[in-house]
Design a protein around this ligand. Structure first.
Ligand SMILES: NC(=O)c1ccc[n+]([C@@H]2O[C@H](COP(=O)([O-])OP(=O)(O)OC[C@H]3O[C@@H](n4cnc5c(N)ncnc54)[C@H](O)[C@@H]3O)[C@@H](O)[C@H]2O)c1
Ligand SMILES: O=P(O)(O)OC[C@@H](O)[C@@H](O)[C@H](O)[C@H](O)CO
Length: 473
C-alpha cells in the first residue's frame, strides 16, 4: 500500500476559496462539521452565501489542533442510498475559517463580538451543554458553561453597541433555543449585567429552536488508511455521514432568505412551530435506536445494521414502530408510516457502521425522553403496557448492571444502579421508584414492576434474541 505523506491543506488544494466569517459555531465535533458546515459549503458552492463559520471549542479538549494542522479543511464522506440512488461522495469542506480555543485564547474569542459580518450563532455541545452551572463566573476566562461563554460574548457585543445575532442551537433537547435563552438571561441577572443588556438580548437577538436529523457515525477508524490512500492525502478529521439530512428551524420567515439553505436545495424547513417534526423524529428514529441498543448488545450485536439485518430484531423494530409508537403520536398515520419506512431504510444503510455503543451513551436520560412518554401514554389510553417498549426497558435496566455490556453514563446514575443492583430481589422496585431518574415514581404504574421482573428473569435465563422471538412471533 502507498504510504501517504501529504496532509490535506490549502497548499495541497489551492483552488479552495476562503469565505468571510459570517457564523460563530460552538462545537467542532463530527456532527456539526458534517451537518452545519457541510450545508454552508453547499450554499457557498452555489454562490448563495459566501460565508464561513468560525468554530469555538466548548470544552478545553477538542479538535482545534487537528483542524489547524490541516488549515481547517476536512473531508465529508457521504455514504448511503438516497432517492433509490447509491451515494458515495467525498467533498473537501472549506467553510470553516478557524477554531478558537477560548481556554487558551480568550481574547480572540471575545474579539468575535467586534465583527459586524458575524450574524449567526449555531451550537451543538451535546445534551449536557445547554445547562445552567450555578456559580459560573463572568470573570472566568472563559466562563465554564457554554451558556456562560455565550453570555460573555453577547455582553461584549452589547457594550460595543452592535446588532445582535440569530442564534440556532442544534442540541437534541426539547425547545433548545428557549432553554438557551433562559439560561443566558439567568446569567445576565446573576452577573448584574443590567436591564439595558437584558432588553438588548430580547429585542436584538433571535433565539430559534431547531431540530436536526442526520446520522453521523464520525471518523471512519476502520477504513481510514484505505480512504486516505484513495483520497491521496492524510486527513485526521474526516467524517462519514449518511446522505439524508433534515433541519427544522423555528424562526421568522425572513430567515429562509438570510440563510438560504432551502434555496440551495437542502432539506431545511423554517416554520413557526416545529413541535410535530420533533415528536416524529425523537419517537420514531431516536426511540427505536434507544430500544434496540440494550437488546442488541445483550445478544452480541454490534451495529444498527446488524440489528436490521437480523430477521427477529428487524421485525421487533417494525412492530415497535407500527404497533406501539405510531398509534401514540398525534400526526396523520399515513405520513408517520412513510417517515418510519424511510427511517428503517436509513437504519439499513449498508455503507456506514453505526455502533450501538455510540448510541448507548446516557441511555437512561434517552429512554426518559424518547420512549417513556409513549409507554405512559399507551398505558393510560389502552389500560395495558406496550410489550416491546417494556421489554426494551427491562433490557436497559439489566444492561445497567454493568456486567454484560459496557456502560457510558454519568457517575451519579451509575452509582444509583450499583446501589440498586446490590439487592437483586428488590432491584425493580428500587429503581422504578427513583424519581430522579424518571421524573416520577414508576413503581406506582399498574403492572410495570411485575412485568419488568418477568422480563429480567427471562433475559437472565435466555438471551435477548429468544425473548424477542417469543414476542414478535
Ligand atoms: N452523531 C450523530 O448521528 C448525531 C445526529 C444528530 C444529532 N447529534 C447530536 O450531536 C451531539 C454531538 O455528537 P457528535 O457526533 O458531534 O460528537 P462529538 O464527540 O464528535 O462532538 C461533541 C461536541 O460536543 C462538545 N461537548 C462534549 N461534552 C460537552 C459538555 N459537557 N459541554 C459542552 N460541550 C461539550 C465537544 O466539545 C464537541 O464539540 C450528540 O450529543 C447529539 O445530540 C448527533
Ligand atoms: O446522538 P445521540 O447520542 O443523542 O443519539 C444517538 C442517535 O440516536 C442519534 O445520533 C441519531 O443518529 C440522530 O439523532 C439522527 O439524526
Amino acid at each position: 500500500m502507498t504510504i501517504m505523506t501529504n496532509r490535506l491543506s490549502r497548499s495541497t488544494h489551492p483552488e479552495l476559496t476562503l469565505h468571510p466569517e459570517r457564523m460563530i459555531q460552538f462545537g467542532e465535533g463530527n456532527f456539526m462539521r458534517a451537518f452545519v458546515d457541510w450545508q454552508l459549503q453547499q450554499m457557498n458552492n452555489q454562490g448563495l452565501f459566501n460565508g464561513s463559520a468560525v468554530l469555538v471549542q466548548p470544552i478545553e479538549q477538542g479538535l482545534g489542533g487537528f483542524m489547524a494542522a490541516q488549515d481547517n479543511l476536512y473531508t465529508v464522506l457521504l455514504n448511503g442510498i438516497m432517492d433509490n440512488q447509491t451515494v458515495n461522495s467525498r467533498e473537501i469542506i472549506s467553510s470553516v475559517s478557524r477554531v478558537i480555543n477560548p481556554y487558551t485564547d480568550y481574547e480572540s474569542y471575545l474579539a468575535l463580538a467586534e465583527k459586524d459580518e458575524l450574524e449567526f450563532i449555531t451550537s451543538n455541545t451535546t445534551e449536557a451543554g445547554i445547562a445552567y452551572l450555578p456559580g459560573d463566573r463572568a470573570d472566568g476566562t472563559p466562563p465554564k458553561s457554554f451558556p456562560g461563554k455565550l453570555t460573555a460574548l453577547l455582553h461584549r457585543r452589547f457594550e460595543l453597541g452592535k446588532k445582535g445575532f440569530v442564534i440556532i442551537p442544534c442540541e437534541l433537547i426539547d425547545r433548545n433555543g428557549e432553554k438557551l435563552q433562559e439560561i443566558v438571561q439567568q446569567y445576565a441577572a446573576d452577573w448584574n449585567l443590567g436591564g439595558e443588556f437584558l432588553q438588548w438580548l430580547k429585542e436584538e437577538n433571535t433565539f430559534c429552536c431547531s431540530l436536526v436529523d442526520r446520522i453521523v457515525p464520525g471518523y471512519p477508524r476502520d477504513k481510514a488508511a484505505e480512504l486516505e490512500a484513495e483520497l491521496g492525502y492524510l486527513d485526521n478529521v474526516m467524517v462519514t455521514a449518511e446522505p439524508f439530512l433534515f433541519w427544522v428551524i423555528e424562526g421568522p420567515e425572513s430567515l429562509a432568505e438570510r440563510l438560504p439553505l432551502a434555496k440551495a436545495g437542502l432539506n431545511v424547513v423554517v416554520t413557526p412551530d416545529m413541535t410535530p417534526y420533533r415528536e416524529r423524529k425523537v419517537h420514531l428514529l431516536n426511540g427505536p435506536h434507544t430500544a434496540m441498543v440494550p437488546l442488541g448488545l445483550l445478544a452480541g450485536l454490534e451495529t444498527v445494521e446488524d440489528v436490521m439485518n437480523d430477521e427477529t430484531f428487524s421485525r421487533f423494530v417494525k412492530q415497535l414502530i407500527e404497533d406501539e409508537l405510531i398509534p401514540m403520536l398525534d400526526l396523520p398515520a399515513e405520513e408517520l408510516l412513510s417517515y418510519a419506512g424511510a427511517v428503517q431504510e436509513r437504519f439499513r444503510n449498508p455503507f456506514i457502521r453505526h455502533e450501538l455503543t455510540s448510541i448507548s451513551l446516557n441511555s437512561i436520560s434517552k429512554f426518559k425522553t424518547r420512549l417513556l412518554p409513549v409507554l405512559l401514554r399507551y398505558q393510560q389510553e389502552r389500560g395495558k403496557l406496550p410489550e416491546r417498549i417494556t421489554l426494551a426497558f427491562a433490557a436497559l435496566l439489566l444492561s445497567y448492571r454493568g456486567d454484560r455490556v459496557p456502560l457510558q453514563d454519568s457517575p451519579e446514575i451509575l452509582e444509583i444502579f450499583t446501589q440498586a443492583w446490590s439487592d437483586p430481589a428488590s432491584f425493580a422496585g428500587t429503581i422504578l421508584s427513583n424519581t430522579s431518574l424518571w421524573g416520577q415514581d414508576l413503581s406506582l404504574l399498574t403492572g410495570l414492576e411485575a412485568e419488568i421482573n418477568v422480563h429480567l428473569q427471562q433475559l437472565e435465563q435466555q438471551d435477548s434474541r429468544a425473548a424477542l422471538q417469543q414476542l414478535v412471533g
